[in-house]
Design a binder for this molecule. Structure first.
Ligand code: GTP
Length: 173
């Protein structure tokens, strides 16, 4: 992360959205700090973290915005989505409801974000295999219908977190 500003070729704003407690904040801290916190507190308001990566020889600073999934904290949609080039739409593979709400989040993106925004659907908590409530095929089908990329991740053990972000950033590039 100690890359001088002068060496950065592009800054990409990415937003992370999805229901409360699906693991948005933990996916972000896994990607930016390689950390995970078991007693993660619900996000209040909006925060962002950054990580600088190299893609096809270009230095790209990903500025990743995290907001509360809880309805009562979500007043600032337009400002939140403004300028976003990518979105990570997260559900919890153990909570069917969080997947059932994904269509609503896509609608919100289509209403407030730029038309060209790149979206990746993320089924998080893939480590909780015995508690799975959302079959992978359901998500694959939905993602294909909607033209979204898709991956299952675990912020807990780190599986697929980096690759999901890289896929999104490469697609933006
Ligand atoms: P809001 O800020 O309320 O929108 O929630 P959030 O989506 O940011 O969820 P957060 O990252 O705070 O995680 C919620 C809970 O799920 C915490 O107890 C995390 O420790 C747990 N959690 C997050 N990711 C994973 C994961 O990949 N596996 C498991 N087993 N637990 C996870």
């Amino acid at each position: 992360e100690n890359v001088p500003e002068s060496r950065i070729d592009y800054v990409y704003k990415v937003v992370v959205i999805g229901d409360s407690a699906v693991g948005k904040t933990q996916i972000l801290s896994r990607f930016t700090k390689n950390e995970f916190c078991f007693d993660s507190k619900s996000t209040i308001g909006v925060e962002f973290q950054t990580r600088t990566v190299t893609i096809k020889g270009k230095v790209i600073k990903a500025q990743i915005w995290d907001t509360a999934g809880q309805e009562r904290y979500r007043a600032v949609t337009s400002a939140y989505y403004r300028g976003a080039l990518g979105a990570m739409l997260v559900y919890d593979i153990t909570k069917r409801q969080s997947f059932d709400h994904v269509a609503r989040w896509v609608e919100e993106l289509r209403a407030h974000a730029d038309n060209s925004i790149v979206i990746i659907l993320i089924g998080n908590k893939a480590d909780l295999v015995d508690l799975r409530a959302v079959p992978t095929e359901d998500a694959v089908e939905f993602a294909e219908e909607q033209g979204l990329f898709f991956s299952e991740t675990s912020a807990l053990n780190g599986d697929n977190v980096d690759s999901a972000f890289f896929r999104l950033l490469e697609e933006i590039y």
